[in-house]
Design a protein around this ligand. Structure first.
Ligand SMILES: [Zn+2]
Length: 470
């Protein structure tokens, strides 16, 4: 508390940017993303869409499924401002692109047509922040169990019994062949390591460390507990769980469609959009290899059916690359896509020139699409199987991204003037993730209503409930 004659922090009253020290510093510093390089360099990284390798016909793509999440950490009570709880919501938003185009045909978007063209499903979770425990448990063990409960209890869509925990096993297997058990690398309790011979297998119902005998949980795969703090904010750990839940929702749709009689037809007609880059950061980063290998299997299956699958793209709404894209948009011809080389990325993000950007985190590569209407869009697109997006042969060749052309053509069609920096499916998914929703919405039902023959939904749970006593 300040003394009565004391003013607040001296800098607090002076706009900091007017401070001499700050002004002097700004005269020395350069904004990295503003170093755009010369015109010819950007031009050399651009290709027109019609010069890209021919993909599947983009007019076959009739549906989009966009997944977006939101999270926040809030004080539980006024009396205990340090006690926090985390909320997260993940929403899957389905858009019937043909009806959407009809809705946007006139000068103004028709709100009724727009509403009828989309449907969403979503799930919510509350996770314990610092100072909240299950009776008799430590904070971190509470976190581990509650994350696992969330994964085990959460169905990705109202019309399916498939849970996010099932999706973790699918992610560690192949399409249609989920893993039954996954090995952790480190015991969260004793630190015993698998490479030192400790057995650390977990299944849907958990596991047991062979060294210390303590319980292992499926959610330990996310390693979010490594960032859990018994005091202070747990927003980082919460965001990790949200990010993986978004990926698991998308994967659940893919797995559901794969098991359908009309799988080839559904994959041909559906584009999967992820909010943000196709990347997983921090403790989640090792999981990107699992996602990449799942997509590779799906892609190999698609090749046999003579189709490109899955049509997957990450779109960034905000951040460094979106700012940069706006800055250089005029240098990219409309209807062109720019491949961001690692050398280019390192320079505009202020990283050393030899830096291995994105190698550990990305399961796709970033491009900037300048739509025919002139707006820049920052996207991530997976490479073909056998190519890693940020390292090794082919990573920086347009030819390694056979989905690119089809994806860009679809996005070019759904770009909207309604929302700046957004394509309609992303904007709709974002509002679904941010707002309270009624119950009972289902993307699968909406797709079934459009005559897509999806697998019959079993009323029986796919597995008995995980063994937590409530
Ligand atoms: Zn142990």
């Amino acid at each position: 508390m300040p003394y009565s004659n004391e003013r607040a922090n001296r800098l607090g009253h002076v706009p900091t940017v007017n401070n001499v020290a700050v002004q002097n510093a700004f005269s020395r510093w350069v904004i990295t993303t503003a170093q755009t390089g010369d015109k010819s360099e950007i031009a050399s990284l651009c290709r027109s869409l019609d010069s890209l390798p021919e993909g599947d016909k983009s007019d076959q793509v009739s549906f989009s499924i966009t997944v977006d999440g939101s999270d926040q950490e809030v004080e539980v009570t006024r009396e205990h401002p340090t006690i926090k709880t985390g909320y997260l919501r993940v929403a899957g938003s389905f858009v019937d692109l043909k009806n959407l185009q009809a809705a946007g045909c006139s000068a103004f978007v028709d709100p009724v047509l727009l509403r009828n063209a989309h449907q969403e499903s979503s799930f919510d979770a509350a996770l314990p922040g610092s100072g909240l425990i299950l009776a008799g448990q430590s904070g971190v063990d509470t976190w581990r169990q509650e994350v696992t409960r969330f994964l085990s209890d959460t169905r990705f869509d109202d019309e399916s019994q498939r849970t996010l925990a099932d999706a973790i096993l699918s992610m560690h297997g192949r399409p249609g062949q989920p893993a039954t058990s996954i090995d952790l690398n480190v015991c969260p309790t004793c630190g015993g390591k698998r490479i030192e011979g400790v057995a650390l297998a977990v299944t849907l119902s958990g596991g047991k460390c062979s060294k210390c005998g303590s319980a292992l949980y499926l959610g330990d795969i996310l390693r979010s507990h490594e960032e859990y703090s018994p005091e202070g904010s747990n927003i980082t750990a919460l965001t990790r769980v949200m990010n993986v839940a978004e990926r698991l929702m998308t994967l659940s749709f893919m797995e559901h469609f794969y098991e359908s009689q009309l799988a080839a037809e559904v994959f041909k007609q559906t584009i999967f959009i992820t909010d943000g880059p196709l990347a997983l950061y921090g403790t989640l980063a090792p999981l990107k290899r699992k996602l990449q290998s799942y997509h590779d299997y799906l892609s190999a299956w698609g090749s046999k059916k003579k189709l490109l699958a899955p049509l997957l793209v990450g779109i960034e709404k905000t951040g460094r690359f979106v700012e940069h894209a706006e800055l250089i948009a005029d240098r990219i011809p409309a209807g062109n896509v720019m491949l961001l080389t690692t050398a280019y990325i390192n320079r505009v993000t202020g990283r050393p020139s030899g830096n291995d950007y994105g190698v550990d985190e990305f399961y796709g590569r970033r491009f900037i699409l300048r739509t025919t209407s002139g707006d820049p869009l920052v996207i991530t697109v997976p490479p073909k199987p056998g190519v890693l997006p940020y390292v090794g042969p082919g990573a920086e060749d347009f030819e390694s991204y056979p989905l690119l052309r089809t994806i860009c053509e679809v996005l070019d069609q759904v770009r909207t003037r309604l929302f700046p920096n957004a394509v309609i499916p992303i904007a709709l998914a974002h509002s679904a993730a941010a707002l309270p929703l009624g119950v009972g919405h289902s993307v699968l039902r909406a797709m079934a209503q459009r005559g897509l023959g999806l697998p019959q939904v079993s009323q029986q749970p796919r597995h008995p409930s995980v063994g937590f006593s409530r």
